[in-house]
Design a protein around this ligand. Structure first.
Ligand code: WTA
Length: 659
């Protein structure tokens, strides 16, 4: 974000008081900030009491072996029991856990907590039958169907860490994850519905399995949900239908208690190198953090609220705020399979109206796309049930915030702009709806129990009114425990930058305004944020370079009105490839789609004769960003060859670039 936009942002002086009604009955009040700060461990112990433990912990936090934390040491619990059984035992078995809504109209399924318990138990029995034991990894590659939730909880129930791979990722991306975590079983479906059509998933699993075998890893079984009914290739040795294995299984299953630090799941996310990082979350701390934040930040009243988080289950938001947080809290929620505009543009708003949704959580990129379509569409629906709106994934610009509040929230609803990461597992910085005077564009302050700071290069807190790096200064229960199989990378990536202070470095830049409230500005490393999804510049560069015609590639995230940032690639072709041929740009875009997935497809590819590099050979992405954002190119004095930027500009003017 440029300095100019930044100062505009900080001039923002609109404030929104918490509505009296919400303030009066708020789950968490202003006193919690001080109470938590005075004795954080006591505060977290109090939050852990929200859960059912088979054995209570002896120690809240073991932080001796930094940065490897252990929370609720000695405690034992089962995450699936906490999300399902205990609500049934408490007499709430008839309460709806999931209002599942398929993309095709009238394709819906309500699951009560009692039904969910039966489904999860059956799936747990089926997985055991397939040979999955405690500690084995299970990959889940599913569309947004109820079985995705059931599968995750079934894994948790038997202590088999799951790794959910976003259904939009390619077979290549899937296979690299299968190999990295050595997944024994994959749970998938024939396909899913998107934009009115059935899109296949199973073929990608077949390919990924073959690719994994080529790398010496065998996926033993593939459990396949029938969703679309499309034809699938079948291998009797490996493939098993969900409806055969799960439907036949018993609804009786006794959940075993696991150690609080037992691995719950691995979620892959993009880092600054080409290889995605497997973020490891464990059981007790993660569930404590997600349950607490879901209750506090959304002020959840489980008896009356209908909650809806529009995130895909393949991302951390789907894990923390669709599965573990809300279900641990016994919430009733909506889960929607498809796209917002299918079969019509008002589909989301119709769902809010039909189901009486009271809390809605989505991403700024979605809000901006609705703004573009105009308020006439949401205005057709009665959304007066809404009381709290949430935003996540990228900075929300004040215009989008105001539109969200006014048009979707009828100017009644607080907007909670929640900052967090795959690594943090839970919301860290956010307004509290019953306490905070909201400022459009600011995530405000760390929530009670969390300690964050904005620091300079030396690790010192910056004064109000200044910017710097966002760090977390104390451990929190749902923090990542490591990067799967790579402790060194865990230390280097998050804990080396401010080693002396012992701070966790989030990779984001932020500014504190004159009141000390935090404005998150975005990544300061080579991670892009496209439509709220994290992508690594290096990962896309590696994908491009793996194409036979490409010699070198540099990728930058350029500002984009709709998606926040967009992928822009600069490519040097190999000499023998000549000019690459007429369709080179389309060919390369397709290649990236295949290597990673549609979300990584470059908006723009520019074929250039040279790339700007420093004398030590480092690509100067800053200059490429200037080009991609149509700005005058900045300071070029450190370039090894200062004529390069002219060559690039000329190359672009002469064609071979495509939007
Ligand atoms: C960005 C998604 C500004 C940030 C939960 C972070 C945000 C990255 C916000 C994590 C927000 C997330 N305001 N930026 N409210 N929320 N981000 O791991 O750059 O997919 O580091 O987790 O998204 O993305 P991730």
């Amino acid at each position: 974000m440029s300095e100019e936009t930044l100062s505009n942002l900080l001039k923002e002086d609109r404030r929104f008081e918490p509505p009296a009604e919400i303030a009066e009955h708020a789950n968490l009040r202003a006193e919690a900030y001080d109470r938590a700060a005075q004795d954080p461990e006591a505060f977290w112990a109090e939050q852990a009491e929200r859960l059912s433990w088979d054995e209570k912990w002896d120690r809240v936090l073991d932080w001796d072996d930094r940065p490897f934390a252990k929370w609720f040491v000695g405690g034992r619990l089962n995450a699936s029991y906490n999300c399902v059984d205990r609500h049934v035992e408490a007499g709430r078995g008839d309460k709806v856990a999931l209002h599942w809504i398929g993309e095709p109209e009238d394709d819906t399924r309500d699951l009560t907590y009692a039904e969910l318990k039966d489904e999860v138990s059956k799936a747990a029995n089926a997985l055991t039958e397939l040979g999955v034991g405690t500690g084995d990894r299970v990959a889940i590659y599913l569309p947004m169907i109820a079985e995705a939730v059931i599968a995750m909880l079934a894994c948790a129930r038997i202590g088999a860490p799951h790794t959910v791979v976003f259904g939009g990722f390619s077979s290549e991306a899937l296979s690299s994850r299968l190999v990295d975590c050595q997944a024994k079983v994959v749970i998938t479906s024939d396909g899913g519905y998107r934009r009115g059509a059935a899109a296949a998933l199973k073929p990608a699993v077949d390919e990924a399995r073959a690719k994994s075998s080529a790398q010496g890893h065998t996926v033993e079984k593939v459990l396949v949900v029938r969703r679309t009914g499309q034809d699938v290739e079948w291998n009797d040795d490996v493939d098993v239908w969900w409806h055969d294995a799960v439907d036949a299984a018993s609804t009786e299953h006794t959940p075993e208690a696991f150690d609080a630090e037992h691995p719950l799941y691995v979620m892959y996310t993009s880092g600054t190198t080409g290889k995605p990082k497997g973020i490891l979350h464990t059981t007790g701390g993660y569930l404590t953090g997600t349950s607490y934040t879901h209750w506090a930040v959304f002020d959840l009243k489980p008896e009356t609220d209908v909650y809806w988080c529009s995130a895909d289950i393949g991302w951390v938001t789907g894990h923390s705020y669709m599965v573990y947080g809300p279900l641990a809290n016994g919430a009733t929620q909506v889960m929607y399979e498809g796209t917002p505009d299918s079969p019509e543009r008002g589909r989301w708003w119709k769902i809010i109206q039909d189901y009486g949704v009271t809390i809605f959580y989505t991403a700024p990129t979605a809000i901006r796309s609705f703004m573009k379509q105009g308020r006439e569409i949401p205005d057709r629906y009665d959304m007066s049930s809404l009381r709290i709106l949430g935003s996540v994934g990228e900075p929300i610009n004040p215009e989008a915030y105001i539109w969200y509040r006014q048009v979707i929230g009828g100017d009644r609803t607080p907007v909670v702009d929640t900052w967090w990461q795959t690594e943090t597992g839970m919301i860290m910085i956010s307004p509290l709806p019953g306490v905070t005077r909201g400022k459009p564009g600011s995530a405000m302050t760390p929530i009670p129990g969390v300690s964050a700071e904005v620091v300079n290069e030396a690790g010192d807190a910056v004064p109000n009114g200044s910017g710097g790096y966002l760090v977390l200064t104390a451990p929190w229960p749902s923090m990542l425990r490591t990067i799967w199989g790579d402790d060194e990378r865990f230390i280097d990536t998050y804990w080396a930058r401010f080693r002396d202070q012992g701070y966790y470095f989030a990779g984001d830049g932020a500014k504190k305004d004159d009141d000390g409230d935090i404005w998150v500005l975005g990544r300061v490393d080579d991670v892009m944020n496209v439509s709220g999804h994290r992508l690594s510049t290096t990962e896309i560069e590696s994908a491009l370079v793996s194409h036979p015609k490409v010699a070198e590639a540099a990728v930058v995230g350029a500002k984009d009105e709709d998606t926040g940032q967009a992928v822009c690639a600069f490519v040097i072709l190999r000499e023998e490839a000549g000019d690459g041929g007429e369709d080179i740009v389309a060919e390369l875009r397709k290649h990236v789609r295949q290597e990673i997935g549609p979300i990584a497809t470059p908006r723009q590819i520019m074929i250039v004769p040279e790339l700007p590099k420093t004398r030590s050979g480092k690509i100067m992405r800053r200059l490429l960003k200037d080009v991609a954002e149509h700005r005058e190119v900045g300071d070029v004095t450190t370039l090894a060859d200062s004529s390069v930027m002219d060559m690039i500009s000329e190359g672009i003017d002469s064609g071979k670039a495509e939007d």
